[in-house]
Design a protein around this ligand. Structure first.
Ligand code: HEC
Ligand code: HEC
Ligand code: HEC
Length: 390
Protein backbone atom coordinates (compact mmCIF):
# COMPACT_ATOMS: atom_id res chain seq x y z
CA UNK A 1 0.00 0.00 0.00
CA UNK A 2 2.75 2.38 0.98
CA UNK A 3 4.71 1.47 -2.17
CA UNK A 4 1.64 1.97 -4.32
CA UNK A 5 1.11 5.44 -2.92
CA UNK A 6 4.74 6.29 -3.48
CA UNK A 7 4.58 5.28 -7.15
CA UNK A 8 1.48 7.34 -7.76
CA UNK A 9 2.95 10.30 -6.02
CA UNK A 10 6.21 10.20 -7.93
CA UNK A 11 4.22 9.86 -11.14
CA UNK A 12 2.30 13.00 -10.38
CA UNK A 13 5.37 14.90 -9.31
CA UNK A 14 7.31 14.06 -12.47
CA UNK A 15 4.45 15.29 -14.67
CA UNK A 16 4.09 18.46 -12.65
CA UNK A 17 7.81 19.08 -12.88
CA UNK A 18 7.43 19.31 -16.66
CA UNK A 19 4.29 21.47 -16.56
CA UNK A 20 5.80 24.68 -17.89
CA UNK A 21 5.70 27.81 -15.81
CA UNK A 22 7.24 31.13 -16.88
CA UNK A 23 6.38 34.79 -17.22
CA UNK A 24 6.52 36.65 -20.52
CA UNK A 25 7.28 40.37 -20.41
CA UNK A 26 8.25 42.58 -23.36
CA UNK A 27 8.36 39.66 -25.78
CA UNK A 28 10.95 37.87 -23.66
CA UNK A 29 11.30 35.56 -20.62
CA UNK A 30 13.88 37.19 -18.38
CA UNK A 31 14.05 34.62 -15.54
CA UNK A 32 15.90 31.34 -16.22
CA UNK A 33 13.37 28.47 -16.25
CA UNK A 34 13.09 26.92 -12.77
CA UNK A 35 16.16 29.07 -11.87
CA UNK A 36 18.45 26.59 -13.61
CA UNK A 37 21.89 27.29 -15.08
CA UNK A 38 22.64 26.10 -18.60
CA UNK A 39 25.65 24.21 -19.88
CA UNK A 40 26.82 25.18 -23.41
CA UNK A 41 28.41 21.79 -24.19
CA UNK A 42 25.17 19.98 -23.41
CA UNK A 43 23.30 22.60 -25.43
CA UNK A 44 25.44 21.92 -28.48
CA UNK A 45 24.59 18.21 -28.27
CA UNK A 46 20.89 19.00 -27.93
CA UNK A 47 21.00 21.22 -31.04
CA UNK A 48 21.94 18.25 -33.22
CA UNK A 49 20.08 15.46 -31.41
CA UNK A 50 17.18 14.35 -33.63
CA UNK A 51 14.99 13.47 -30.65
CA UNK A 52 15.69 16.67 -28.77
CA UNK A 53 16.35 20.17 -30.16
CA UNK A 54 17.15 19.02 -33.67
CA UNK A 55 17.71 22.71 -34.40
CA UNK A 56 19.99 21.88 -37.33
CA UNK A 57 17.08 20.32 -39.17
CA UNK A 58 16.06 23.93 -39.91
CA UNK A 59 19.05 26.14 -38.98
CA UNK A 60 22.68 26.21 -40.03
CA UNK A 61 24.96 26.09 -36.98
CA UNK A 62 28.74 25.78 -36.46
CA UNK A 63 28.49 22.00 -35.96
CA UNK A 64 30.77 20.83 -38.80
CA UNK A 65 30.66 17.13 -37.91
CA UNK A 66 27.05 17.05 -39.08
CA UNK A 67 26.81 16.92 -42.85
CA UNK A 68 23.31 18.24 -43.32
CA UNK A 69 21.99 21.52 -41.96
CA UNK A 70 18.52 22.79 -42.83
CA UNK A 71 17.71 26.09 -44.52
CA UNK A 72 14.12 26.60 -43.34
CA UNK A 73 15.08 29.12 -40.64
CA UNK A 74 17.89 31.74 -40.63
CA UNK A 75 21.49 30.64 -39.97
CA UNK A 76 22.38 31.07 -36.28
CA UNK A 77 26.18 31.49 -36.49
CA UNK A 78 26.20 34.86 -34.74
CA UNK A 79 22.81 34.80 -33.03
CA UNK A 80 24.13 36.11 -29.69
CA UNK A 81 24.93 39.45 -31.36
CA UNK A 82 21.24 39.78 -32.11
CA UNK A 83 19.48 38.42 -29.01
CA UNK A 84 20.12 38.26 -25.27
CA UNK A 85 19.22 35.24 -23.13
CA UNK A 86 15.74 36.53 -22.33
CA UNK A 87 14.89 36.96 -26.04
CA UNK A 88 16.30 33.55 -26.88
CA UNK A 89 14.33 31.94 -24.04
CA UNK A 90 10.93 32.96 -25.40
CA UNK A 91 11.97 32.00 -28.93
CA UNK A 92 12.83 28.46 -27.83
CA UNK A 93 9.98 28.11 -25.34
CA UNK A 94 7.19 29.24 -27.68
CA UNK A 95 8.09 30.97 -30.97
CA UNK A 96 4.41 31.07 -31.88
CA UNK A 97 3.93 33.82 -29.31
CA UNK A 98 6.00 36.07 -31.58
CA UNK A 99 4.90 34.68 -34.94
CA UNK A 100 1.64 32.69 -34.93
CA UNK A 101 2.43 31.37 -38.42
CA UNK A 102 5.93 30.05 -37.70
CA UNK A 103 6.91 26.47 -38.44
CA UNK A 104 9.33 26.46 -35.47
CA UNK A 105 8.13 24.06 -32.75
CA UNK A 106 7.30 25.37 -29.28
CA UNK A 107 9.86 23.45 -27.24
CA UNK A 108 8.47 24.11 -23.76
CA UNK A 109 4.73 24.32 -24.24
CA UNK A 110 2.10 22.52 -22.17
CA UNK A 111 0.44 19.74 -24.15
CA UNK A 112 -2.89 21.29 -23.20
CA UNK A 113 -2.42 23.53 -26.22
CA UNK A 114 -1.56 20.73 -28.66
CA UNK A 115 -3.94 19.13 -31.16
CA UNK A 116 -3.88 15.29 -31.53
CA UNK A 117 -0.66 14.64 -29.66
CA UNK A 118 0.52 11.02 -29.93
CA UNK A 119 -0.31 9.33 -26.58
CA UNK A 120 3.32 8.61 -25.65
CA UNK A 121 4.05 12.37 -25.57
CA UNK A 122 1.01 13.37 -23.51
CA UNK A 123 2.03 15.55 -20.55
CA UNK A 124 5.58 16.13 -21.80
CA UNK A 125 7.42 19.03 -23.40
CA UNK A 126 9.88 18.53 -26.28
CA UNK A 127 12.68 19.88 -24.08
CA UNK A 128 12.93 20.04 -20.29
CA UNK A 129 13.57 23.36 -18.53
CA UNK A 130 17.21 22.34 -18.04
CA UNK A 131 17.59 21.54 -21.73
CA UNK A 132 16.15 24.92 -22.77
CA UNK A 133 18.69 26.63 -20.50
CA UNK A 134 21.50 24.47 -21.95
CA UNK A 135 20.55 25.57 -25.47
CA UNK A 136 20.46 29.23 -24.46
CA UNK A 137 23.93 28.86 -22.92
CA UNK A 138 25.13 27.33 -26.20
CA UNK A 139 23.54 30.01 -28.43
CA UNK A 140 25.17 32.68 -26.22
CA UNK A 141 28.56 31.37 -27.40
CA UNK A 142 27.73 31.95 -31.10
CA UNK A 143 29.33 35.25 -32.02
CA UNK A 144 31.19 34.58 -35.24
CA UNK A 145 30.13 36.55 -38.31
CA UNK A 146 27.76 34.74 -40.61
CA UNK A 147 29.67 31.86 -42.15
CA UNK A 148 26.59 30.02 -43.30
CA UNK A 149 27.17 27.83 -46.30
CA UNK A 150 25.13 28.57 -49.41
CA UNK A 151 22.34 26.01 -49.35
CA UNK A 152 22.91 23.42 -52.01
CA UNK A 153 19.53 23.81 -53.65
CA UNK A 154 18.22 23.36 -57.13
CA UNK A 155 16.48 26.48 -58.36
CA UNK A 156 13.03 26.50 -56.78
CA UNK A 157 10.54 26.12 -59.58
CA UNK A 158 7.43 28.29 -59.71
CA UNK A 159 3.94 26.88 -59.99
CA UNK A 160 2.81 23.29 -59.79
CA UNK A 161 5.77 20.90 -59.54
CA UNK A 162 5.98 17.17 -59.11
CA UNK A 163 8.15 15.67 -56.37
CA UNK A 164 10.34 14.57 -59.28
CA UNK A 165 11.70 18.13 -59.48
CA UNK A 166 12.98 17.92 -55.91
CA UNK A 167 14.88 14.63 -55.98
CA UNK A 168 18.49 14.14 -57.06
CA UNK A 169 19.53 13.53 -60.65
CA UNK A 170 20.46 9.96 -59.72
CA UNK A 171 17.03 9.28 -58.26
CA UNK A 172 15.39 10.68 -61.39
CA UNK A 173 17.47 8.43 -63.59
CA UNK A 174 16.50 5.49 -61.44
CA UNK A 175 12.82 6.39 -61.81
CA UNK A 176 13.07 6.78 -65.58
CA UNK A 177 14.83 3.47 -66.17
CA UNK A 178 12.36 0.55 -66.13
CA UNK A 179 15.16 -1.89 -65.35
CA UNK A 180 16.59 0.07 -62.42
CA UNK A 181 13.28 1.20 -60.94
CA UNK A 182 12.38 -1.32 -58.18
CA UNK A 183 8.70 -0.37 -58.52
CA UNK A 184 8.40 -2.50 -61.64
CA UNK A 185 8.67 -5.65 -59.57
CA UNK A 186 5.36 -4.80 -57.93
CA UNK A 187 3.78 -3.96 -61.29
CA UNK A 188 4.66 -7.49 -62.43
CA UNK A 189 3.04 -8.92 -59.30
CA UNK A 190 -0.03 -6.72 -59.84
CA UNK A 191 -0.31 -7.89 -63.43
CA UNK A 192 -0.19 -11.54 -62.28
CA UNK A 193 -2.86 -10.98 -59.63
CA UNK A 194 -4.98 -9.18 -62.20
CA UNK A 195 -4.99 -12.29 -64.39
CA UNK A 196 -5.08 -14.87 -61.57
CA UNK A 197 -8.29 -16.93 -61.82
CA UNK A 198 -10.45 -17.22 -58.68
CA UNK A 199 -12.76 -20.13 -57.75
CA UNK A 200 -15.13 -19.83 -60.67
CA UNK A 201 -12.28 -19.11 -63.10
CA UNK A 202 -13.07 -15.41 -63.14
CA UNK A 203 -10.30 -12.83 -62.78
CA UNK A 204 -10.01 -9.07 -63.06
CA UNK A 205 -8.76 -9.73 -66.58
CA UNK A 206 -11.93 -11.53 -67.60
CA UNK A 207 -13.91 -8.29 -67.26
CA UNK A 208 -11.23 -5.64 -67.88
CA UNK A 209 -8.96 -7.25 -70.55
CA UNK A 210 -5.84 -9.41 -70.19
CA UNK A 211 -3.59 -6.44 -69.40
CA UNK A 212 -6.34 -4.12 -68.21
CA UNK A 213 -6.63 -2.61 -71.69
CA UNK A 214 -10.37 -2.16 -71.27
CA UNK A 215 -9.86 0.16 -68.31
CA UNK A 216 -9.57 3.81 -69.28
CA UNK A 217 -6.34 5.55 -68.13
CA UNK A 218 -8.18 8.90 -68.14
CA UNK A 219 -10.75 7.46 -65.77
CA UNK A 220 -8.08 6.03 -63.43
CA UNK A 221 -6.58 9.54 -63.25
CA UNK A 222 -9.93 10.81 -61.94
CA UNK A 223 -9.78 8.88 -58.65
CA UNK A 224 -10.85 9.53 -55.90
CA UNK A 225 -14.20 9.72 -57.67
CA UNK A 226 -17.78 10.21 -56.49
CA UNK A 227 -19.85 7.08 -57.14
CA UNK A 228 -23.47 8.16 -57.37
CA UNK A 229 -24.97 4.73 -56.66
CA UNK A 230 -22.97 4.47 -53.43
CA UNK A 231 -23.49 8.14 -52.53
CA UNK A 232 -19.83 8.58 -51.58
CA UNK A 233 -16.35 8.95 -53.06
CA UNK A 234 -14.07 5.96 -53.62
CA UNK A 235 -10.32 6.01 -53.82
CA UNK A 236 -8.76 3.76 -56.45
CA UNK A 237 -7.96 1.31 -53.64
CA UNK A 238 -11.63 1.32 -52.57
CA UNK A 239 -12.72 0.59 -56.15
CA UNK A 240 -10.24 -2.30 -56.44
CA UNK A 241 -11.58 -3.69 -53.14
CA UNK A 242 -15.12 -3.29 -54.40
CA UNK A 243 -14.47 -5.48 -57.47
CA UNK A 244 -12.27 -7.84 -55.45
CA UNK A 245 -15.12 -8.55 -53.03
CA UNK A 246 -18.24 -8.12 -55.14
CA UNK A 247 -17.15 -9.35 -58.57
CA UNK A 248 -14.71 -12.02 -57.44
CA UNK A 249 -16.26 -13.02 -54.11
CA UNK A 250 -12.99 -12.64 -52.24
CA UNK A 251 -12.59 -11.76 -48.60
CA UNK A 252 -11.63 -8.08 -48.21
CA UNK A 253 -7.94 -7.24 -48.42
CA UNK A 254 -6.32 -5.43 -45.52
CA UNK A 255 -5.63 -1.80 -46.30
CA UNK A 256 -1.87 -2.23 -46.34
CA UNK A 257 -1.92 -5.70 -47.91
CA UNK A 258 0.83 -6.24 -50.46
CA UNK A 259 -1.67 -7.63 -52.97
CA UNK A 260 -3.78 -4.48 -52.80
CA UNK A 261 -0.64 -2.38 -53.15
CA UNK A 262 0.40 -4.44 -56.19
CA UNK A 263 -2.99 -4.07 -57.87
CA UNK A 264 -3.09 -0.34 -57.19
CA UNK A 265 0.46 0.06 -58.51
CA UNK A 266 -0.40 -1.89 -61.67
CA UNK A 267 -3.55 0.16 -62.38
CA UNK A 268 -1.94 3.54 -61.70
CA UNK A 269 0.93 2.45 -63.92
CA UNK A 270 -1.60 1.85 -66.72
CA UNK A 271 -2.38 5.57 -66.39
CA UNK A 272 1.29 6.66 -66.30
CA UNK A 273 1.66 10.00 -68.13
CA UNK A 274 -2.06 10.72 -67.80
CA UNK A 275 -2.80 14.02 -66.03
CA UNK A 276 -4.34 13.88 -62.55
CA UNK A 277 -7.89 15.10 -62.99
CA UNK A 278 -9.99 14.91 -59.84
CA UNK A 279 -13.37 16.64 -60.10
CA UNK A 280 -14.09 18.34 -56.80
CA UNK A 281 -17.18 20.25 -57.82
CA UNK A 282 -20.70 19.11 -56.96
CA UNK A 283 -20.99 16.26 -54.45
CA UNK A 284 -17.17 16.07 -54.05
CA UNK A 285 -16.93 19.61 -52.72
CA UNK A 286 -17.59 18.88 -49.00
CA UNK A 287 -14.98 16.09 -48.97
CA UNK A 288 -12.45 18.35 -50.66
CA UNK A 289 -13.13 21.12 -48.18
CA UNK A 290 -12.77 18.73 -45.24
CA UNK A 291 -9.40 17.55 -46.63
CA UNK A 292 -8.26 21.12 -47.15
CA UNK A 293 -9.12 21.96 -43.56
CA UNK A 294 -6.98 19.06 -42.33
CA UNK A 295 -4.13 20.23 -44.56
CA UNK A 296 -4.06 23.60 -42.81
CA UNK A 297 -4.48 22.23 -39.25
CA UNK A 298 -1.52 22.07 -36.86
CA UNK A 299 -0.94 18.57 -35.49
CA UNK A 300 1.16 16.89 -32.81
CA UNK A 301 3.83 17.99 -30.40
CA UNK A 302 5.79 19.54 -33.30
CA UNK A 303 2.64 21.58 -33.82
CA UNK A 304 2.96 21.98 -37.59
CA UNK A 305 0.50 21.76 -40.46
CA UNK A 306 1.09 20.20 -43.87
CA UNK A 307 1.29 23.60 -45.57
CA UNK A 308 4.22 24.67 -43.37
CA UNK A 309 6.47 22.19 -45.11
CA UNK A 310 4.74 21.67 -48.45
CA UNK A 311 3.73 25.27 -49.32
CA UNK A 312 5.54 27.82 -47.18
CA UNK A 313 8.99 26.17 -47.12
CA UNK A 314 8.96 24.20 -50.38
CA UNK A 315 12.41 23.84 -51.92
CA UNK A 316 14.21 24.40 -48.62
CA UNK A 317 16.25 21.77 -46.82
CA UNK A 318 14.91 19.94 -43.76
CA UNK A 319 18.30 18.56 -42.68
CA UNK A 320 19.22 16.47 -45.74
CA UNK A 321 15.77 16.40 -47.37
CA UNK A 322 14.54 18.91 -49.88
CA UNK A 323 10.90 19.70 -49.20
CA UNK A 324 8.62 19.08 -52.15
CA UNK A 325 5.11 20.40 -52.65
CA UNK A 326 3.74 17.13 -51.22
CA UNK A 327 1.95 15.87 -54.32
CA UNK A 328 0.47 12.43 -54.88
CA UNK A 329 1.07 11.88 -58.60
CA UNK A 330 3.86 9.36 -57.95
CA UNK A 331 1.89 6.97 -55.72
CA UNK A 332 2.21 4.12 -55.05
CA UNK A 333 5.89 4.98 -54.94
CA UNK A 334 9.25 3.49 -54.00
CA UNK A 335 10.86 5.01 -50.89
CA UNK A 336 14.65 4.93 -51.05
CA UNK A 337 14.91 5.40 -47.29
CA UNK A 338 12.60 2.50 -46.39
CA UNK A 339 13.57 0.53 -49.52
CA UNK A 340 10.00 -0.45 -50.24
CA UNK A 341 6.87 0.51 -52.14
CA UNK A 342 4.26 2.43 -50.15
CA UNK A 343 0.77 3.74 -50.77
CA UNK A 344 -0.36 7.26 -49.89
CA UNK A 345 -1.84 6.51 -46.44
CA UNK A 346 1.47 4.93 -45.44
CA UNK A 347 3.28 8.16 -46.38
CA UNK A 348 0.69 10.25 -44.53
CA UNK A 349 1.14 8.15 -41.41
CA UNK A 350 4.85 8.83 -41.57
CA UNK A 351 4.32 12.59 -41.86
CA UNK A 352 1.97 12.39 -38.83
CA UNK A 353 4.46 10.35 -36.83
CA UNK A 354 7.24 12.82 -37.55
CA UNK A 355 5.00 15.53 -36.07
CA UNK A 356 4.55 13.35 -32.94
CA UNK A 357 0.85 13.41 -33.74
CA UNK A 358 -1.67 10.65 -33.25
CA UNK A 359 -2.22 9.43 -36.79
CA UNK A 360 -5.56 8.52 -38.38
CA UNK A 361 -6.43 4.97 -39.43
CA UNK A 362 -5.47 3.96 -42.97
CA UNK A 363 -9.12 3.63 -43.99
CA UNK A 364 -10.40 6.65 -42.02
CA UNK A 365 -12.63 9.35 -43.50
CA UNK A 366 -9.90 11.85 -42.62
CA UNK A 367 -7.26 10.15 -44.77
CA UNK A 368 -9.77 9.73 -47.61
CA UNK A 369 -10.59 13.46 -47.45
CA UNK A 370 -6.90 14.36 -47.36
CA UNK A 371 -6.33 12.07 -50.35
CA UNK A 372 -9.07 13.89 -52.26
CA UNK A 373 -7.64 17.31 -51.39
CA UNK A 374 -4.05 16.30 -52.14
CA UNK A 375 -4.91 14.75 -55.49
CA UNK A 376 -7.03 17.72 -56.59
CA UNK A 377 -4.28 20.08 -55.44
CA UNK A 378 -2.05 18.30 -57.97
CA UNK A 379 -4.58 18.29 -60.82
CA UNK A 380 -2.66 18.58 -64.08
CA UNK A 381 0.49 16.78 -62.91
CA UNK A 382 1.31 13.64 -64.88
CA UNK A 383 0.96 10.31 -63.07
CA UNK A 384 4.48 8.92 -62.47
CA UNK A 385 3.71 5.58 -60.79
CA UNK A 386 6.01 4.01 -59.76
CA UNK A 387 7.88 7.17 -58.68
CA UNK A 388 11.13 7.12 -56.69
CA UNK A 389 11.22 9.35 -53.63
CA UNK A 390 13.32 9.68 -50.47
C1 HEC B 1 10.98 23.21 -38.25
C2 HEC B 1 11.99 24.23 -38.39
C3 HEC B 1 12.64 24.81 -37.17
C4 HEC B 1 13.23 24.15 -36.11
C5 HEC B 1 13.29 22.65 -35.87
C6 HEC B 1 13.82 25.16 -35.29
N1 HEC B 1 13.60 26.39 -35.82
FE1 HEC B 1 14.27 28.16 -35.06
N2 HEC B 1 13.31 29.17 -36.56
C7 HEC B 1 12.65 28.56 -37.62
C8 HEC B 1 12.18 29.62 -38.53
C9 HEC B 1 11.42 29.40 -39.82
C10 HEC B 1 12.57 30.84 -37.96
C11 HEC B 1 12.32 32.23 -38.55
C12 HEC B 1 11.38 33.04 -37.74
C13 HEC B 1 9.92 32.63 -37.76
O1 HEC B 1 9.48 31.71 -38.47
O2 HEC B 1 9.15 33.22 -37.00
C14 HEC B 1 13.28 30.50 -36.73
C15 HEC B 1 13.85 31.44 -35.89
C16 HEC B 1 14.70 31.15 -34.84
C17 HEC B 1 15.41 32.14 -34.04
C18 HEC B 1 15.38 33.63 -34.29
C19 HEC B 1 16.35 33.93 -35.39
C20 HEC B 1 16.35 35.36 -35.87
O3 HEC B 1 17.36 35.75 -36.48
O4 HEC B 1 15.36 36.05 -35.68
C21 HEC B 1 16.12 31.46 -33.10
C22 HEC B 1 17.02 32.06 -32.05
C23 HEC B 1 15.85 30.05 -33.30
N3 HEC B 1 15.00 29.92 -34.35
C24 HEC B 1 16.41 29.06 -32.52
C25 HEC B 1 16.12 27.72 -32.68
C26 HEC B 1 16.63 26.68 -31.81
C27 HEC B 1 17.59 26.90 -30.68
C28 HEC B 1 16.11 25.52 -32.26
C29 HEC B 1 16.27 24.14 -31.65
C30 HEC B 1 15.93 24.02 -30.27
C31 HEC B 1 15.27 25.82 -33.40
N4 HEC B 1 15.30 27.16 -33.62
C32 HEC B 1 14.54 24.89 -34.12
C33 HEC B 1 12.47 27.23 -37.82
C34 HEC B 1 12.88 26.22 -36.96
C1 HEC C 1 -17.34 -9.70 -63.30
C2 HEC C 1 -16.74 -8.54 -63.88
C3 HEC C 1 -15.68 -7.81 -63.08
C4 HEC C 1 -14.58 -8.33 -62.46
C5 HEC C 1 -14.18 -9.78 -62.33
C6 HEC C 1 -13.83 -7.20 -61.98
N1 HEC C 1 -14.46 -6.04 -62.26
FE1 HEC C 1 -13.76 -4.19 -62.00
N2 HEC C 1 -15.48 -3.41 -62.69
C7 HEC C 1 -16.56 -4.16 -63.11
C8 HEC C 1 -17.67 -3.26 -63.29
C9 HEC C 1 -19.08 -3.67 -63.72
C10 HEC C 1 -17.23 -1.96 -63.00
C11 HEC C 1 -18.04 -0.67 -63.00
C12 HEC C 1 -18.27 -0.16 -61.59
C13 HEC C 1 -18.72 -1.18 -60.60
O1 HEC C 1 -19.80 -1.73 -60.71
O2 HEC C 1 -17.93 -1.46 -59.65
C14 HEC C 1 -15.83 -2.11 -62.65
C15 HEC C 1 -15.02 -1.03 -62.33
C16 HEC C 1 -13.67 -1.15 -62.06
C17 HEC C 1 -12.77 -0.04 -61.94
C18 HEC C 1 -13.10 1.43 -62.12
C19 HEC C 1 -12.95 1.81 -63.55
C20 HEC C 1 -13.32 3.23 -63.84
O3 HEC C 1 -13.06 3.66 -64.95
O4 HEC C 1 -13.85 3.93 -62.96
C21 HEC C 1 -11.55 -0.55 -61.63
C22 HEC C 1 -10.27 0.25 -61.39
C23 HEC C 1 -11.69 -1.99 -61.55
N3 HEC C 1 -12.99 -2.31 -61.84
C24 HEC C 1 -10.69 -2.85 -61.21
C25 HEC C 1 -10.90 -4.23 -61.05
C26 HEC C 1 -9.92 -5.11 -60.49
C27 HEC C 1 -8.53 -4.71 -60.00
C28 HEC C 1 -10.46 -6.35 -60.50
C29 HEC C 1 -9.86 -7.63 -59.94
C30 HEC C 1 -9.58 -7.60 -58.51
C31 HEC C 1 -11.78 -6.24 -61.09
N4 HEC C 1 -12.01 -4.94 -61.38
C32 HEC C 1 -12.64 -7.29 -61.30
C33 HEC C 1 -16.57 -5.49 -63.34
C34 HEC C 1 -15.61 -6.37 -62.92
C1 HEC D 1 8.12 18.93 -41.04
C2 HEC D 1 7.79 18.98 -42.42
C3 HEC D 1 6.62 18.18 -42.92
C4 HEC D 1 5.31 18.34 -42.57
C5 HEC D 1 4.72 19.30 -41.56
C6 HEC D 1 4.56 17.43 -43.42
N1 HEC D 1 5.41 16.75 -44.24
FE1 HEC D 1 4.89 15.64 -45.85
N2 HEC D 1 6.83 15.30 -46.27
C7 HEC D 1 7.89 15.80 -45.57
C8 HEC D 1 9.12 15.32 -46.14
C9 HEC D 1 10.52 15.63 -45.64
C10 HEC D 1 8.76 14.50 -47.24
C11 HEC D 1 9.72 13.77 -48.21
C12 HEC D 1 10.34 14.77 -49.13
C13 HEC D 1 9.29 15.50 -49.92
O1 HEC D 1 8.71 14.92 -50.86
O2 HEC D 1 8.96 16.65 -49.56
C14 HEC D 1 7.31 14.54 -47.31
C15 HEC D 1 6.57 13.91 -48.29
C16 HEC D 1 5.20 14.01 -48.43
C17 HEC D 1 4.43 13.47 -49.53
C18 HEC D 1 5.01 12.70 -50.73
C19 HEC D 1 5.42 13.62 -51.84
C20 HEC D 1 5.87 12.89 -53.07
O3 HEC D 1 6.22 13.55 -54.07
O4 HEC D 1 5.92 11.67 -53.05
C21 HEC D 1 3.13 13.78 -49.29
C22 HEC D 1 1.95 13.43 -50.17
C23 HEC D 1 3.09 14.49 -48.04
N3 HEC D 1 4.36 14.63 -47.53
C24 HEC D 1 1.93 14.95 -47.45
C25 HEC D 1 1.88 15.59 -46.21
C26 HEC D 1 0.66 15.94 -45.53
C27 HEC D 1 -0.74 15.66 -46.05
C28 HEC D 1 1.01 16.57 -44.37
C29 HEC D 1 0.11 17.09 -43.28
C30 HEC D 1 -0.62 16.09 -42.55
C31 HEC D 1 2.46 16.63 -44.35
N4 HEC D 1 2.96 16.01 -45.46
C32 HEC D 1 3.20 17.28 -43.37
C33 HEC D 1 7.84 16.70 -44.53
C34 HEC D 1 6.67 17.17 -43.96
Amino acid sequence: MFLFLLCCLSGIISIQAEEPSYTITDNAISEPLNNLTGDPARGRLLAKNRNKGNCISCHQLPIPEEEFHGTIGPALYDISNKFNAADLRLRIVDMQRLNPFTIMPSYYLSTRYINRIAPQYEGTTILSAQEVEDLIAYLKTLKAPDKAIEANTLPIPDGLKSGYEFISQEAREMQDDDFQNPGYELIELGKKLFARPCDDDKSCASCHGADGEQLSPASIAQYPKFIAELGKPLTLRDQIQRCWENQLDNLPLLYDDRELLALETFLRYLAQGEKVNVDVSGPMKPYYEAGKKLYYTRFGQMNMSCDHCHDVHTGKMLRGQKLSQGHTNGFPEYRLEAQKMINLPQRLRECFRSLRAETFEQDSDEFRDLEIYLNARGNGLPIETPAIRY
